[in-house]
Design a protein around this ligand. Structure first.
Ligand SMILES: NC(=O)c1ccc[n+]([C@@H]2O[C@H](COP(=O)([O-])OP(=O)(O)OC[C@H]3O[C@@H](n4cnc5c(N)ncnc54)[C@H](OP(=O)(O)O)[C@@H]3O)[C@@H](O)[C@H]2O)c1
Length: 230
């Protein structure tokens, strides 16, 4: 089965890790021109976008891109009749690989949200761009990942083998910073070793994925550790 050449996530969040308020809408306090531009430029480099019902990217060039629309309103995957570039996908009924095959496009994927969709790709991102809105708190809001606020977005990304770069200033006047968290092969390998050694059942999926990403066979983590790799 084919897969995207690259998977990128984009979100702007409050200090408590929310991407929208408790009413499910994105408040003006999370809207910044510099972040919108960063998002627009990034998505223009993606061939396909993916989002849920309330998170269409709504950018000037969105219509040119292929789109996967995540929804419970279809059983597996279906083409949207009125929009031939759009594929409707239900993750309960079909795997992402099946949806990607059905879309029939080669190229990169930009993940636009919301919460559940960002969560679906957690083990698969090449990079997640996280912009932090300074001084904004949205208690009881929609979190960027399903496990927030029990855990911070950064600790969740790190748990999935992603390492933050130095923050990049998007708007100095507003102290608006973006942190790119990139997949670290060393971290994925370390997680793989730890999960194998400790035989943590709940991390089995991550271990399998780590092996897949690294092209390794079962037991590799343990052998690497025993051979003094760490
Ligand atoms: N700050 C940011 O960077 C950012 C990013 C993205 C979104 N947002 C904001 O966050 C809010 C939307 O959040 P949301 O959590 O409601 O997101 P959403 O994913 O856009 O919408 C949720 C709906 O999409 C469908 N869906 C999503 N995931 C699904 C899954 N795994 N399986 C089946 N169906 C699924 C379901 O609707 P149906 O089954 O009815 O189709 C679900 O009710 C909006 O205000 C949006 O503007 C902010």
């Amino acid at each position: 089965m084919r897969r995207p050449t690259r998977i990128e996530g984009y979100a702007i969040i409050s200090e408590d890790g929310m991407l929208a308020g408790p009413d499910g809408t994105m408040p003006d306090s999370l809207k910044f021109e510099a972040d919108q531009k960063f998002f627009r430029d990034g998505m223009d480099g993606c061939d396909v976008s993916i989002h849920g019902r309330h998170s269409h990217e709504q950018q000037p060039h969105s219509g040119r891109r292929h789109r996967i629309w995540v929804t419970g309103r279809v059983k597996t995957v279906e083409r949207e009749d009125s929009e031939p570039r759009v594929l409707l996908w239900n993750p309960e009924g079909a795997s992402f690989e099946e949806a990607w095959d059905a879309l029939g496009v080669d190229g990169s994927l930009g993940v636009v949200g919301g919460t559940s969709v960002f969560g679906l790709f957690l083990p698969l991102y090449d990079v997640f761009y996280l912009t932090h809105a300074p001084g904004v708190k949205l208690p009881g809001g929609r979190p960027v990942f399903p496990e927030v606020p029990a855990r911070t977005p950064e600790s969740i990304l790190s748990h999935h083998g992603m390492k933050p770069d130095a923050p990049r200033m998007l708007d100095p006047a507003k102290n608006l910073k973006m942190v790119a968290c990139g997949a670290s092969l060393l971290l994925v390998a370390a997680l793989l070793v730890a999960a194998e050694l400790l035989e943590l059942g709940e991390h089995r999926a991550d271990v399998e994925l780590g092996r897949l990403l690294l092209g390794l066979g079962p037991g590799t983590g343990r052998r690497f550790f025993l051979a003094g790799g760490f």
